[in-house]
Design a protein around this ligand. Structure first.
Ligand code: ADP
Ligand code: MG
Length: 305
């Protein structure tokens, strides 16, 4: 096997739910190093649920299936452990973290991977690499010292996601609508940088998108169409053009699929919705039962709890 195809991300029969609603209904996908796979699907078909389930977000419950990198099971690992195994998620709606500068976040991520402090300075150090990366993404230096995504425009947020992707060098990147809210220039900068990473560092990419315009820059090897929690058809790049012409409804009719999006009301008793409305005190009380052994291994656990 050539080194380019060295790593494999394998998703098998993935089922996931939020609250009581099953959203992923048996999804299979295999991506090798250097490959670009696109998942296209209408709103509500479960694309973001797939990205969150792969990364291990707590309110998405995987009920069946497996996700491996080079045969090692990721389900059951914490999000940071999955990241350490080489998985990266560029979120559809990146979180704003006022008070934590972009450069500090990227530096801390590298330190957690054992990058030596001594490598920070000089023209080849980490600081220089971050600055160079920002320049190639046409991101002004001032953004590196501002709070992560704090009052950034859509384009700036996606450039910062791409900066983290380029610096952290994951094996596989999931890009959840990295093209949404981008103007043409930002779209070109971001997709060209990612395209280069697939070639120079054999990054494997799962690009989730509504539209085919991302795919003209980030030329996919395979295109998959997702309807109601399943991949209903896969093909080459020409599938994106066919979709553009016939639309999701046309494709669904041709395939005899009746359901496009997940039906049913979002379950308002899910932990996600509760978290938004619950007081912090109630939230902490609810998590009191967490077992002590778990906390000892969780670097994000509250040390005072
Ligand atoms: P897509 O990204 O394809 O638009 P999503 O995965 O965001 O689709 O959503 C699929 C379905 O799951 C929708 O019906 C949505 O309302 C529901 N859903 C997704 N995440 C949550 C959540 N955290 N809480 C409640 N419902 C959710
Ligand atoms: Mg989405």
């Amino acid at each position: 096997m050539s080194p380019d195809r060295a790593h494999v991300l394998r998703i098998r029969d993935l089922h996931a739910r939020v609250g009581s609603v099953e959203i992923l209904r048996g999804l299979d996908l295999e991506i090798r190093s250097g490959e670009v796979h696109a998942i296209m699907g209408p709103n509500g078909s479960g694309k973001s649920t797939l990205s969150h389930s792969l990364m291990g977000r707590a309110d998405y419950t995987v009920t069946r299936g497996s996700v491996t990198i080079d045969g090692e099971e990721l389900l059951g690992l914490r999000t940071w452990e999955r990241a350490a195994r080489g998985l990266f998620l560029a979120m559809q709606y990146p979180v704003e973290v006022p008070g934590v500068p972009v450069a500090a976040l990227v530096g801390a991520s590298l330190r957690s991977r054992g990058v030596d402090e001594a490598e920070y300075g000089g023209s080849t150090g980490i600081a220089a690499r971050i600055a160079n990366e920002a320049a190639s993404l046409h991101l002004a230096d001032e953004f590196l010292v501002r709070g992560v995504n704090d009052e950034f425009s859509g384009g700036e947020k996606k450039r910062v996601e791409t900066l983290q992707l380029a610096i952290l060098e994951p094996r596989f990147a999931i890009l959840d609508e990295i093209d949404s809210g981008l103007d043409v220039d930002a779209l070109r900068d971001v997709s060209r940088r990612i395209e280069a990473l697939t070639q120079q560092r054999a990054l494997g990419v799962l690009a989730i998108t509504h539209y085919s315009r991302l795919l003209t820059e980030l030329r996919p090897d395979r295109v998959h169409v997702m309807l109601a929690g399943r991949i209903v058809t896969s093909g080459g790049p020409e599938l994106a053009d066919e979709l553009e012409a016939e639309g999701y409804e046309g494709l669904a009719a041709r395939l005899g699929v009746t359901e496009l999006a997940i039906e049913g009301e979002p379950d308002t008793t899910s932990s996600f919705d509760r978290a938004k409305t619950q007081s912090l005190a109630d939230l902490l009380k609810e998590h009191e039962g967490l077992d002590g052994a778990d906390r000892a291994h969780d670097p994000f656990a509250d040390p005072l709890a």
